[in-house]
Design a protein around this ligand. Structure first.
Ligand code: IDP
Ligand code: MG
Length: 167
């Protein structure tokens, strides 16, 4: 079944200049990238993205991690991958959440680490199921930023007041 999944190259992946390596590894899946952008992650976005972890003892550090304050690199690269079994294929290549338990040749096994404070720095995020993928893709992307109609859309009229356009 064709499906879509959200992939984030987290700030540690960017700081370590791993973008090319990660994209090359993900290209093994033969999936298509149907959206991609760099994002400055504000506090609200980080908390909404990881809201299911809100009771974790490392939650505050996790939010700093995703926002890039831990690595002094305040951005992430967000992408949507699409194709047959996309969610499972990307998760398999990503490897286990804990980089020490991840298959050594997986992306997290190759590049992740456990910091002294305890949060797993595992270089990328990948949605874990269809429901999570839909929630996350809709959180990170607007419909027109994705080159395929993957979810139903509706047209509304909005005020363009204050919107930035090219000067
Ligand atoms: P996932 O990224 O493999 O889906 P989740 O359980 O959704 O893993 O956790 C989100 C993120 O929180 C992980 O990618 C990792 O950065 C961090 N994390 C999860 N569990 C732990 C833990 O037990 N200790 C430290 N960090 C963790
Ligand atoms: Mg998860």
């Amino acid at each position: 079944m064709n499906q879509q999944t959200l992939v984030l190259i987290k700030p540690d992946g960017l700081v370590k200049s791993l973008t090319g390596n990660i994209l090359t590894r993900l290209s093994e899946t033969k999936l298509q990238i149907i959206a991609a952008k760099m994002v400055n992650v504000n506090y609200e976005l980080a908390v909404e993205h990881y809201k299911q972890m809100k009771d974790a003892p490392f939650f505050d550090e996790l939010i700093s991690y995703l926002q890039g304050t831990l690595h002094d690199r305040r951005k992430v690269m967000a992408m949507v991958y699409w194709g047959e079994d996309a969610i499972k294929k990307v998760r398999q290549l990503a490897g286990a959440t804990n980089p020490e338990e991840a298959e050594p040749t997986s992306i997290r096994g190759s590049y992740g680490r456990i910091t002294s404070k305890g949060v797993y720095e595992n270089v990328l995020h990948a949605s874990s199921d269809i429901t999570e993928a839909e929630r996350e893709i809709k959180l990170w992307f607007r419909p027109e930023e994705i080159i395929m109609d993957i979810y139903p859309v509706k047209k509304i009229t909005v005020s363009t007041l204050g919107q930035k356009v090219w000067a």
